[in-house]
Design a protein around this ligand. Structure first.
Ligand code: ATP
Ligand code: MG
Length: 551
């Protein structure tokens, strides 16, 4: 793929320095998801950064499943992550599973024990926590801290052999209980968990902790720049301690950057899983989800997501990006790519009473008024049409220029039509409107006799396809005033609106994930899951306009 990450960022500058100084001949980065959920747009930021950085400097990027915690992991997630990384447009140089390094990690733990740098501790989890101290007070040494190397070796082996229960013992690094950095106060590096692992089955009942496993994984793979999010900054001394004391032959460098947050959504697999498990959404790929699978089904393109990630850039300071910025990039991408079609989302029938019954004519309309090369398509016009319900008002306010009794508007690509009558049911609801057309005013005829203030879209009621439209709003209500509320209490009850409408027949051979600009209504994606031969379902990706301006 061509590389467009031209804008400079501080990580890129580090890489350039390391290549210029000869510290590295070639860089190797990695994207290391834990397979405990689907990827989200925050992961996309990390993916774009890692893959494009390596790409730019002719290096390599590994996809590594950081699968050291058997409890939450699943092969369904492994498969979805692979699919999503590929879909975003990236190909890894190597695919690795951290669990394949369990033997090496175990040996490295033994090395630490032999060097007097690790010990088996029998304190309860509560005591370990209490002994750890606080930011202002030093920790207290465990009474098991000075066990002999022999005793530690023997106990650790018994841990591995399954002789102890979960939580009864841990292996801890012996560093410094009075370190100002709490992460250095004898962190746990191995724990007992009698849990079947998705990859190694029941071979292991001891599993390495993230802070021990991750630096080893990076070093084993020869990663040069290990890019992670800011919350690991305080863990970096431990990362370096592990690499050094485990005598790894390569020395990766951990570099932290700010994680991506977006307004009106949540961005952690744990929370996203809750939305799925609680049935708030219809699965990980619900079009309202900020997951890659959800964005794909909503209709986002890989290009739009990559462009978004490049634009937000890489910085050390945390910030929250307006969700409208993501929308800006899909509009920009689809404006040139998406074919146009006319569809009516909330139909109201319009009968042209002076148009002969049984007659129909073919009209030519432009596919993309912004792009002459997009050509024209034909649609039909007849006596009965559908217009949007909101393009008619019986008692309009000032400055409403669409249909109301006595007013004339242009039907896009067709004629001027004047509203003459309103038909209501017995409850007073408008069920149909009538109008008359002026044959002189055909689009393209050069008619200049008089002007109308509004042009509206329509479909031919005698030649259109019924279809469903799904309109989305943000999943999470803007919550600045209620920061302490649990996110499940801030769910937007109106995040999905379903309507039944009609679309021109030109789209009849379209399939799941085909994208259109439906004139005046926005960009839409044909839902790949729920659409079938009898009915197409259109997910609205975004409306056409936003007040948001990119800097
Ligand atoms: P989550 O809290 O959503 O589970 P995580 O950081 O635990 O996120 P991992 O699967 O461990 O998820 O992450 C894989 C990579 O993606 C890591 O390098 C992590 O730093 C990065 N990443 C995760 N979330 C974001 C985010 N919001 N912005 C940028 N990078 C992220
Ligand atoms: Mg995680």
């Amino acid at each position: 793929m061509s590389n467009t990450q031209s804008s400079s960022n501080f990580i890129r500058n580090i890489v350039i320095d390391d290549l210029n100084s000869g510290k590295h001949e070639k860089i190797i980065t990695r994207f290391p998801p834990e397979p405990n959920g689907y990827l989200h747009i925050g992961h996309a930021k990390s993916i774009v950064l890692n893959f494009e950085l390596a790409d730019e400097f002719k290096g390599k990027t590994n996809l590594r499943f950081d699968d050291t915690n058997p409890v939450k992991e699943d092969t369904e997630y492994v498969e979805s992550i692979k699919e999503d990384v590929n879909w975003l447009g990236f190909n890894w140089d190597n695919l690795f599973f951290a669990s394949n390094y369990f033997d090496t990690m175990y040996e490295k733990a033994i090395l630490l024990i032999k060097k007097g740098l690790a010990y088996v501790c029998d304190l309860t989890p509560e005591d370990i926590k209490a002994y750890r101290g606080t930011l202002t007070e030093p920790g207290k040494e465990s009474p098991y801290r000075n066990r002999s190397v022999e005793e530690n070796l023997s106990l650790f082996e018994k841990m591995k052999n399954g002789e102890f229960e979960d939580g009864s013992k841990v292996l801890r690094a012996k560093i410094d209980m009075s370190s100002p950095n709490i992460n250095m106060r004898d962190p746990i590096i191995y724990r007992i968990s009698h849990t079947k692992h998705h990859n190694t089955g029941s071979k292991w009942c001891v599993y390495p902790m993230y802070d021990f496993a991750h630096p080893l994984e990076d070093a084993i793979e020869g990663i040069t720049h290990s890019i992670c999010t800011l919350e690991f900054e305080d863990h970096r001394p431990l990362y370096d301690w592990v690499v050094e004391n485990c005598e790894m032959s390569s020395t990766p460098r951990q570099i932290e950057f700010a994680r991506l947050n977006i307004t009106n959504t949540v961005m952690s697999k744990r929370k996203l899983k809750m939305l799925v498990d609680e049935g708030v959404v219809d699965g990980w790929d619900d079009p309202r989800m900020p997951t890659i699978a959800g964005l794909r089904r909503r209709g986002y393109t890989p290009e739009s997501i990559r462009n978004f990630c490049r634009e937000i850039g890489v910085a050390k300071a945390s910030s929250t990006v307006d969700s409208q910025m993501l929308e800006h990039f899909i509009r920009e991408d689809l404006n040139t790519k998406a074919p146009r079609a006319m569809a009516v989302i909330n139909p109201l029938k319009l009968v042209i009473t002076n148009y002969p019954e049984g007659q129909s004519e073919v009209l030519e309309v432009e596919n993309n008024p912004n792009d002459e090369t997009a050509g024209k398509r034909t649609i039909t016009f007849s006596r009965e049409l559908y217009i949007e319900r909101e393009d008619f008002m019986e008692n309009p306010p000032k400055k409403y220029y669409r249909f109301f009794p006595g007013n004339e508007v242009r039907l896009m690509g067709a004629y001027f039509v004047k509203c003459t009558d309103v038909i209501k049911d017995k409850d007073g609801n408008v069920v149909e409107i009538h109008g008359t057309y002026d044959v002189e005013t055909k689009s393209g005829s050069g008619f200049t006799g008089r002007k109308v203030k509004s042009t509206i879209h329509w479909v031919d009621a005698n030649n259109s396809l019924p279809c469903e439209f799904r309109l989305y709003e943000p999943l999470i209500l803007d919550s600045e005033s209620e920061e302490n509320k649990h996110f499940l209490e801030q769910i937007n009850p109106n995040s999905l609106t379903v309507t039944q409408g009609f679309i021109e027949t030109n789209i009849k051979n379209s399939r799941g994930n085909d994208k259109f600009q439906l004139v005046r209504n926005g960009y839409f994606n044909i839902d790949p899951v729920y659409s079938d031969d009898n009915k197409l379902i259109f997910n609205r990706i975004v409306s056409l306009k936003s007040s948001f301006k990119i800097k």
